[in-house]
Design a binder for this molecule. Sequence first.
Ligand SMILES: *Cc1c(COP(=O)(O)O)cnc(C)c1O
Length: 404
Amino acid sequence: MSEVFTGSFTQQEPIPEAGIAAAVTVLRGGRLHRYNTAPDETAETAALELDFAAATGARYCLAVASGGAAMRLALRACGVGPGGRVLTNAFTLAPVPGAIAALGAVPVFVETTPDLVIDLDDLAAKAWPGAVLLLSHMRGHIADMDALMSLCAERGVRVIEDCAHTMGASFRGVPSGRHGVIGCYSTQTYKHLNSGEGGLIVSDDAALMAHMVLASGSYMLFDRHPAGPPPDAYADLKWTVPNVSSRMDNLRAAILRAQLPLLADRVARWRARHDVLEAALQNVHGLALIRRHPVAAFVASSFQFRLPGRDGDAIERMLARCAARGVELKWFGRSDPLGFTSRHDQWRYAPAQPLPRTDAVLAGLLDMRLPLTFSLEDCALIGRIIAAEAVSNAPAPTGRTQGD
Ligand SMILES: *Cc1c(COP(=O)(O)O)cnc(C)c1O
């Protein structure tokens, strides 16, 4: 009888008790809006911004409604508007091109390497002076940031980092989000800190941060941002920056603030789970693991591998066999978008762009969530199931469909 995994790929850990207590305190106080404070009270939202700035070493921090809102605010602050073009990864999640399209701008997709990072040769070919690159560290894979940042400096390209999958990661000791002019993070349920929805922005640039604080919906209360720039940064901008209401509230901030001290431990636990899976799949014929840059300290809230050269029907059959044994894999080569997984050619609001290298990689790319509720034994079992099914030529089981 073959082994079956019975855990849930969508079950996150509970909110820590300290976060529940802090949330209840906010609820009892009734002051959920960030600018609704008692005399001498620091709002949970402002306190979270101070804590996250300290954790990342950033001069300024702003908490917002979502990772998507963070990216839209960052793009606005960099002057992106209707008709503008923004460089971004062809392999990323839909909120990234969505943030660009929301401003009436157009994504210019850059190719993907087999290591799942942005292709620096294609970036060099497509970059122009004054461009903005919305760099997505998709699925936690970090490009050679030394090479990327020097290329962008040389070409006059400003970098906004999408760190939805790299909170707690670093490159050569520099925290992810601290290489570009702005770093954007998500605290959506499946990311590294969980508030259901939410986002964080860091920057050292006073003018950019003042723009984002104003646009996030600070009214004329920008002095209530202890992790924001000094008042003179707002002097001119306060007349010209429209309020696009993207604030975080004190309830979510309270939940997040209690989780922030746990981040380093979570990173280590994710890494341990990822290592077990990688070991289990190390020598599976026809299965390629994703290489990491040696100086990237990654955080792995998911797991990817490739089945290069395998045809689509064979991959579908393998997915169905894994699903029948309780292992939920997503495939980026599917012609129809399903669940969270969609692809550049399926974002029809963006002009179609030939991306043959990305397409070749995605055609064989498999993806799996790795929640911290999985034990190391769970990961070993999942690894055995994938290893067995990746080499099997057995037909797909009947009566089961691959769901999300
Ligand atoms: C989740 C995610 C975001 C932001 O998502 P929100 O749901 O808006 O917080 C951005 N980029 C990537 C790659 C993501 O996975």
